[in-house]
Design a protein around this ligand. Structure first.
Ligand code: AQP
Length: 328
């Protein structure tokens, strides 16, 4: 069976170094493995309150960031989720096949809703994994590269696929979550026990940050007692996070990174991390700016919408037929 890879990012805020290391950095090499579908998950962004102008601007930014990752737009399908109506339509169908109990066990829902008043929690936040499952199955995607926190949602999609296929025959393709060996969870620089997250900006490095600001953030990142540069999540979460960032950007293992700094002091180590982050993001920011100014993303998204819709509608029709929705 053909390899189909699907990746989505929510335009909920300014992208972080976590999004870069977890996803963006790998998009180009993925195109050598199979057919790639990359999308801007704007419907998912509505699950938390967001200003319309900010959402529009974030969507454009994200399109530019996708392209700045170096992907060849002819080799991938890059699209905006809400521009392909099959996502919303399949969501209306699939919400009948995932259940309250399993959705309420999702860690992301528990985390996000625990910080909100019950009267402010939208149904969409609760049913987020239903729409995510639809995003995946619509493209018969079998490989889903994700950060650690999204693995649970892909597992739920697998349960859904089993459920549908057992009931209606082999209608859906089974997806598999794929996690990076290094960098699946970049942590906040100010609290390295918390994920670096765009909706919780404390301790984030933003991809659009000025390089001097990035350097300053890294130099003042929370570190741990002691002086040895060593990977030890429990006792040295700050240093471990910086080692992960360094190793992920240099494409080396954590052990190799540890080895490089075994005789270094924290200050020298941080400077080396700042250098590698600024080198990488400096080049990335230049490409982003060019794409933003040339508006090259407009045509790519229009073509992406057509390509994605054609495939998604085929799958949708296959599912409708299997479950007994009459085509008229
Ligand atoms: N800190 C991170 N380390 C590694 N990977 C990360 N990802 C996000 N943060 C990190 C991965 O980026 C992809 C897109 O994420 P998303 O925007 O769809 O949602 P998210 O996982 O919820 O990311 P955020 O930044 O935390 O967004 P908000 O704050 O809006 O919820 C995913 O594959 C994710 O794992």
């Amino acid at each position: 069976m053909a390899t189909r890879i699907l990746t989505g990012i929510k335009p909920t805020g300014q992208l972080t170094l976590g999004n870069y290391i977890g996803v963006l950095k790998h998009l180009k090499e993925e195109t050598n493995r199979g057919e790639c579908f990359y999308f801007i998950a704007d419907l998912h962004a509505l699950t938390m309150p967001i200003d319309p102008e900010v959402l529009k601007q974030n969507t454009i930014d994200l399109a530019c960031f996708y392209l700045a990752s170096g992907i060849d737009p002819k080799k991938v399908t890059l699209f905006v989720q809400s521009s392909v109506s099959a996502h919303a339509e399949l969501n209306a169908i699939m919400q009948n096949y995932l259940y309250m109990g399993e959705l309420s066990r999702m860690t992301q829902f528990k985390d996000k809703s625990s910080k909100m008043k019950e009267s402010a929690i939208g149904l969409g936040l609760f049913s987020y994994p239903v729409l995510m499952a639809c995003d995946i199955v619509l493209y018969d995607a079998n490989i889903i590269p994700v950060g650690e926190d999204q693995v649970q949602h892909v597992e739920l999609t697998r349960d859904l696929v089993n459920r549908i296929n057992n009931k209606y025959g082999n209608v859906l393709v089974m997806p598999k979550a794929e996690m990076r060996k290094v960098g699946a969870r970049i942590m906040s620089l100010s609290d390295p026990t918390k994920k670096m997250s765009k909706s919780d900006p404390k301790g984030d490095i933003f991809l659009k940050d000025d390089l001097a600001v990035i350097r300053k953030k890294i130099m003042s990142a929370v570190t741990d007692s002691g002086s040895e540069v060593k990977y030890d999540i429990e006792n040295k979460p700050g240093i471990s996070n910086l080692l992960t960032i360094y190793a992920a950007l240099k494409d080396i293992s954590i052990e190799e990174a540890e080895n490089q700094f075994k005789d270094s002091r924290y200050g020298d180590f941080k400077k080396a991390v700042a250098d590698v982050v600024c080198d990488e993001l400096g080049a990335f920011q230049k490409k982003y700016q060019e794409i933003l100014e040339s508006k090259a993303y407009v045509k790519v998204l229009e073509e992406g919408k057509e390509k994605a819709s054609a495939i998604a509608n085929q799958t949708l029709n296959r599912i409708k037929d299997a479950i007994g929705l009459l085509k008229v």
